[in-house]
Design a binder for this molecule. Structure first.
Ligand SMILES: [Zn+2]
Length: 429
């Protein structure tokens, strides 16, 4: 099987490539990259002139809700949403039911993603059994069964001794801990960022310090243990400062930011639209600007969606009772393109890095490039496509998005997974 992607602007940050070129795929692998690659007639040709051809995008933080919460999402609908949204690899969080805290559940995820047959789904094992924050999960077994990291995302590990031991085990297994940094004693009952707008809207606030205190603790423990710590959905200037210092001191610390924390402020909570409720909460303008700056400067290692689909009932209620989370797989690329790339805040090559080689470095994966002989996972962007966000068209079961109705410029144009075209212009091929 041959596929020739002709005449696109090929951006492959790992190999420092940014040029107009053809990409030839043979039997699911990158066979050649160059100008005017010859056509011998037995290949399918994709005319990519005017488009941006990148390594397949990788999302290291998504909630696919399977097993246990299939009424919110399952691995098949999540895979479809990912393919439509331009992602060829998605790592799914462990807060399922049962929790991904032993090998059986990890195997279920891998088997079901094989059935879906669209993109790569890599499971993240839990840190503690049942996410209870007390006893460590079967970490060695989870690693053996293919888990790429450990996280109790959604449930911060409050006990410092448990986190220390988790980091020690993760270090032995050479896998990172992805930490949801939140001090529950400070954030409890909070509904939005604590500041001017929480006072104005009369909603209980969550101070930035609830995140920063735990980032500081986990950085300390990472230094103590020598383990790899990755801070999930970083959202405050204070967290960025702590991470910057840790990196400067040589600690193995990385972090991610989400499209919503990078582009939306707490002001929009004023409509009491429960789609704006997310954890950590949308922050004030100063934090959002600092995040965008840290993204461009390279302090933030990757963009992750924190795709958190919910059923209608979980969001169609009063603000205090609504579940937290945003369905993000199908809007992430367009939000970053429209709000950060087209506004000049982020260079396109940096965006590609943050969706490809960045997440690979965090997890130690050798994908995220168009290196010859590597698996032909490719995301092609149409930087000028303009579409309005319509959750009714989402493949995800979660229609919960604060970007609903927004017109965005710059969308995934084609997703190629293992040499096969799986999506075109936001629809499955
Ligand atoms: Zn989280």
């Amino acid at each position: 099987m041959k596929l020739l992607v002709k005449g696109g602007r090929v951006i492959d940050p790992k190999n420092s490539v940014d040029e107009i070129a053809d990409v030839l795929i043979i039997d699911g692998k990158i066979a050649a990259i160059g100008r005017d690659l010859s056509v011998d007639g037995d290949e399918d040709v994709v005319d990519a002139e005017g488009k941006i051809v990148c390594p397949g995008f990788i999302d290291i933080h998504a909630h696919l809700r399977d097993p246990g919460y299939e009424y919110k999402e399952d691995i098949i609908t999540g895979s479809k949403a990912a393919a439509a949204g331009g992602f060829t690899t998605v790592c799914c969080m462990s807060n399922t039911d049962p929790v991904i805290d032993d090998g059986i559940v990890a195997r279920h995820v891998l088997r079901k993603s094989e059935q879906a047959g669209l993109i790569n789904v890599l499971p993240i094992g839990s840190i503690t059994k049942k996410l209870e924050g007390e006893e460590l999960s079967e970490m060695a077994e989870l690693a053996r069964e293919g888990c790429v990291a450990f996280s109790d995302d959604g449930n911060p590990v409050m006990k410092s001794d448990v986190m220390r031991h988790a980091l020690e085990y993760a270090h032995m297994l050479n896998l990172p801990i992805l930490s949801h940094c939140e001090d529950l004693n400070l954030s409890r009952d909070g509904l939005m960022h604590e500041g001017y707008y929480s006072t104005l809207y009369g909603l209980q606030g969550i101070p930035a310090e609830a995140e920063e205190i735990m980032v500081a603790r986990d950085v300390k423990l990472a230094v103590l243990t020598g383990a790899r710590l990755h801070v999930c959905h970083v959202s405050t200037t204070g967290s960025l400062h702590i991470i910057e210092q840790a990196k400067a001191a040589g600690a193995c610390v990385t972090c991610e930011a989400t499209p919503h924390h990078l582009t939306l402020t707490d002001e929009i909570v004023g409509d009491y639209d429960t789609n704006t409720k997310v954890n950590p909460p949308l922050r004030s303008e100063a934090h959002v600007k600092a995040l965008a700056h840290a993204l461009a400067s390279g302090l933030i290692d990757c963009i992750a969606t924190d795709h958190a689909p919910h059923n209608v009932e979980s969001k169609d209620c009063e603000y205090a009772k609504a579940s937290s989370g945003i369905s993000g797989l199908e809007t992430a690329v367009a939000v970053i393109m429209d709000r950060l790339v087209h506004t000049g805040l982020l260079h396109i090559t940096d965006m590609v890095r943050l969706f490809t080689v960045g997440p690979c470095r965090v997890l130690g994966l050798d994908s995220g490039t168009l290196t010859l002989e590597s698996k032909a996972d490719i995301t092609i962007i149409d930087a000028d496509a303009i579409r309005r966000v319509d959750p009714a068209t989402f493949y995800s079961k979660g229609k919960n998005t604060p970007f609903k109705g927004m017109e965005l410029r710059g969308w995934p144009w084609m997703t190629i997974s293992g040499g096969r075209i799986v999506a075109r212009e936001g629809r499955l091929a």
